[in-house]
Design a protein around this ligand. Structure first.
Ligand SMILES: Cc1ncc(COP(=O)(O)O)c(CN[C@@H](CCC[C@H](N)C(=O)O)C(=O)O)c1O
Length: 431
């Protein structure tokens, strides 16, 4: 009788389709996210290609995911913490939502030396991606937002979800309420602030994803002055700071006065291979306040306590190990491996006479195919070389006619990619 009842009820649902739906309206903000999120689309294209060419050895230089194993001393620290949980004396439950004090202190010492950043201003998280949305929770839907163009899509997409982007303008692919700060080779990938309207929030990523370029101290000085003059807040994403090789600032807080106007988000993903382990942090300075003088750090603390129960204790043990002398030496070796990969790929593209940007201060190359559609270049390269890249258009209208190539991969894979590109790209006639 129970099965019969279940079958009847299911049949009943099929007869009147409308009964299947709730009466809850969909958020207009979610409706406004008209395109799919970029990275799952790249994974879908990869899957389609692997179906079409089941024997092809696809090389993945698309999604910026690390490839090399986590150094043993770091993995062992996580394993040790995990095993400790199986003992009475080693077990621990909920930790501080803001992160373990020892790790907060270590992050402040390691990455913010002489920048007057206090450990109480460091909030440990499960990654920069999540913190971008948690920082968005600080502000009402009325606030205005500026992003670099091109830029990592999470800043725009989370602004849409929080109702501060307006409608997507089909004709130019821009959201009507977002200010797009053009970053091109012509302006050294730094926006012309004298022609940039005031916004409440300025998302700024350096080293930059996708262009792979790092802002200089004088450029960041101008950015801080611009935010100070406008009473704006910079949300600075330094997830790739560890790749900086040319002495550019690794933090916005290297710029005097930045603590009054900036929040910094960062991550263990790309310097420690923690993309799957999930660990990041956000610095909210005590000096940063809303227009009524209320300290923003108090609201951020409230959001972290209400919306996040703290990063995993196992993962935080790994984070602490990353920042030990031995651990940081070990992850730096892996970083150099990726930097060497970038050099190999730059050589391959430059050897073909192509304009390549980035790669020195970030694990991303920004390759220009003047006059070509970036999705067509992406598809052609995938079809002809079985190499996955990312079409620049996926990072905003400013990415059209570029592709982003990531330098994560085993050395053999990168050398193989370089060989395929060199032998195949000559024949491509992109126009
Ligand atoms: C500028 C910047 N800020 C934050 C992040 C995410 O950091 P997290 O790992 O959350 O600490 C990233 C990671 N971006 C990658 C991974 C993307 C694929 C991930 N599934 C996603 O959907 O974002 C890429 O651009 O290929 C980044 O570039």
């Amino acid at each position: 009788p129970k099965t019969k009842l279940l079958v009847e009820s299911l049949k009943g649902m099929k007869e009147n389709k409308n009964d299947q739906w709730t009466k809850v309206m969909r958020s207009v903000n979610m409706e406004n996210l008209r395109t799919g999120y970029l990275f799952p689309e790249i994974s879908r294209r990869e899957y389609e290609h692997s179906e079409k060419y089941p024997d092809a050895k696809i090389i993945k230089l698309g999604i910026g995911d690390t490839s090399e194993p986590i150094p043993d001393c770091i993995a062992s620290a996580m394993a040790k913490q995990a095993m400790a949980l199986s003992t009475v004396e080693g077990y621990s439950g909920y930790g501080d939502e803001q992160g373990e004090k020892a790790l907060r202190k270590r992050i402040a010492e390691k990455f913010y030396k002489n920048m007057d950043v206090k450990w109480e201003e460091v909030f440990v998280s499960d990654g920069a991606q999540c913190d971008i949305s948690r920082v968005q929770m600080l502000f009402g839907s009325h606030v205005t937002v500026a992003v670099q163009n091109p830029s990592f899509p999470a800043y725009i997409d989370s602004s849409v979800i929080f109702g501060r982007a307006g409608n997507l303008q089909e004709q130019n692919g821009k959201y009507e309420r977002i200010v797009y700060m053009e970053c091109t080779p012509q302006n050294d990938f730094f926006p012309d602030l004298s022609n940039t309207p005031r916004t409440d929030i300025i998302f700024f990523c350096s080293p930059n994803n996708p262009t792979g370029t790092a802002a200089s101290a004088s450029q960041l000085r101008r950015l801080v002055d611009f935010a100070t003059a406008n009473g704006s807040i910079i949300v600075y994403d330094s997830s790739y700071a560890a790749y900086i090789s040319d002495g550019s600032p690794t933090s916005i807080f290297q710029i005097p006065g930045a603590k009054q106007v900036a929040i910094e988000i960062s991550s263990f993903s790309k310097f420690a291979g923690f993309t799957g382990v999930r660990l990041g942090w956000t610095v909210v300075p005590k000096e940063l306040s809303y227009s009524n003088g209320f300290p923003i750090v108090k609201d951020y603390d409230r959001i972290v306590c209400t919306c996040f129960n703290g990063a995993s204790n196992i993962v935080q043990a790994g984070g602490l190990a990353c920042l030990s002398t031995e651990g940081f030496q070990a992850v730096s070796k892996v970083l150099n491996h990726y930097k060497e990969n970038a050099k190999i790929l730059i050589e391959a593209f430059r050897g073909l006479g192509m304009e390549v940007y980035g790669g020195e201060n970030a694990p991303y190359l920004w390759v220009h195919f003047p006059g070509s559609s970036s999705w067509e270049v992406f598809a052609e390269i995938l079809e002809k070389t079985h190499i996955l890249t990312i079409p620049g258009r996926g990072f905003g209208p400013g990415g059209e006619s570029y592709i982003r190539v990531s330098s994560f991969g085993h050395r053999q894979t990168i050398l193989e990619a370089s060989k395929r590109l060199t032998s195949s790209l000559r024949k491509f006639n992109f126009n």
